[in-house]
Write a new protein. Structure first.
Length: 408
């Protein structure tokens, strides 16, 4: 009989080889969280540059107070799904806050952003319909469309002309078409040319647009409503999916829309019906933090300054950065081995970034993925850049501080 796990053998071998000795990402434990930007990891004060805590709201005093109060009043969990016994007044209030925040008629809260994508994408389109998704979309989008009965077409990342070509081929097919993109892409930090996508959408009949704003909520737009707000195309985006796990500083997911029949999703999204709803403390924190996101212009400005500083500092060292400055700054390492050594070197010196390896990355890149927080100070970012310089130099990726040398 074949070993149940035999098909994972190549992956296990690769993992064993990459992480034979020394630390690996799964062994990292934060024994103490000191602030939004620092934690103790292995007895060392470490600067966190991979949290996705873009606005630094995880310790917002207003949210902490509301969460404590809700915890005491409502207990540690709802112990049920929204449909069974898991809708508390707080869930309805949070949905009202979301409707107000986005100015939409409908809002639906899920237990995570992953479940929001899974739930919405698996149910929205039927067997005669088509989902056209950007090739670089998140795993939850891939899983959502896989579970859908619609026909799935991938278009080239951020390529409106490629989308146009594919929609043109479907023009005489009667089904609905759903375009799926993200605002800011999670791995490389690049931004969708959403205006171009909207222009393509408008050329055809029965085409809808869904944007996953996981990394752009709170980050882009005057009021933090993400890429559609920043680009002035909110009326052309039919569904926005988002998460509370990044700039909102807690956990949970949602979908908002103006579509008149949207509410039926509450009955047909299995990822909504058959899973427990968010606990009261989380709901309360999300509710308060959404208000802070809306008023967070100063935090957004600070975040952008921090992003510029890190991007410029690392570029100047001669490191290859995967995209223009954005709150996600991904350094491309020559191969997985070097990426692991780089990541370990950074961690040993007190900097935590995300190690992202193929196949989880676009273009087969091996990445040291940093994400900025509005709460990072200029001094912290300078320290991070200095540590990147030292580690990159010790690995022979740059041959002398502050001199540009082509990556291997
Ligand atoms: N979409 C994107 C683009 C993401 O990056 C993530 C989280 N990494 C999610 C959805 C899922 O969000 P959550 O953490 O709330 O499950």
């Amino acid at each position: 009989m074949a070993d149940l796990f035999a098909r994972f053998a190549p992956l296990m071998a690769q993992r064993d080889q990459l992480f034979a000795e020394g630390r690996d990402p799964f062994s990292v434990q934060m024994t103490e969280v000191l602030s939004q930007t620092e934690a103790v990891i292995g007895n060392r004060r470490t600067i966190l540059v991979g949290t996705n805590n873009y606005l630094g709201l995880t310790f917002a005093p207003e949210a902490l107070a509301a969460a404590h109060e809700a915890l005491d009043a409502g207990g540690t969990g709802t112990t049920g799904s929204r449909v069974a016994n898991g809708t508390y007044a707080g869930h309805a209030e949070l949905e009202a806050t979301l409707r107000d925040f986005y100015g939409t008629k409908h809002a639906m809260v899920f237990s995570t952003g992953f479940l929001a994508n899974l739930g919405v994408l698996s149910t929205l389109m039927g067997p005669d319909d088509f989902i056209l998704m950007d090739a670089d979309c998140h795993a939850s989008i891939y899983d959502g469309v896989r579970a859908s009965s619609a026909q799935i077409i991938r278009f080239k990342h951020n390529d409106a002309a490629d989308l146009d070509k594919r929609l043109a081929r479907l023009a005489d097919k009667p089904g609905n078409k759903l375009i799926v993109i993200e605002g800011i892409y999670s791995m490389l930090g690049d931004i969708a040319p959403i205006k171009d996508f909207v222009a393509v959408k408008k050329k055809y009949e029965n085409v809808y647009l869904l944007s996953d704003e996981a990394h752009s909520l709170g980050v882009l737009g005057k009021f933090g409503r993400g890429l559609p707000e920043q680009e002035g195309v909110e009326d052309d985006v039919d569904f926005i999916v988002g998460t509370f796990s990044k700039s909102v500083g807690t956990v949970g997911g949602f979908c908002v829309s103006n579509h008149p029949q949207f509410e039926i999703l509450r009955l047909v999204c299995r990822a909504y019906v058959f899973t427990a709803s968010l606990p009261p403390a989380v709901i309360a924190a999300a509710n308060v933090n959404l208000g802070l996101v809306k008023k967070g212009g100063a935090l957004r400005a600070r975040l952008q300054r921090n992003a510029q500083q890190l991007h410029a500092g690392l570029s100047e060292l001669g490191l290859k950065i995967a995209s223009n400055a954005s709150p996600v700054v991904a350094v491309v390492a020559p191969d997985p081995q070097v990426a692991v050594a780089f990541w370990r070197g950074l961690l040993d010196a007190g900097v935590y970034v995300n190690l992202a390896l193929p196949p989880a990355t676009p273009y087969g890149y091996s990445l040291l993925r940093a994400s900025l927080c509005a709460a990072h100070t200029e001094e912290q970012i300078d320290e991070v850049i200095g540590i990147f310089r030292d580690v990159a130099t010790s690995l022979g990726l740059i041959d002398a501080p502050r001199k540009r040398v082509a990556a291997r």
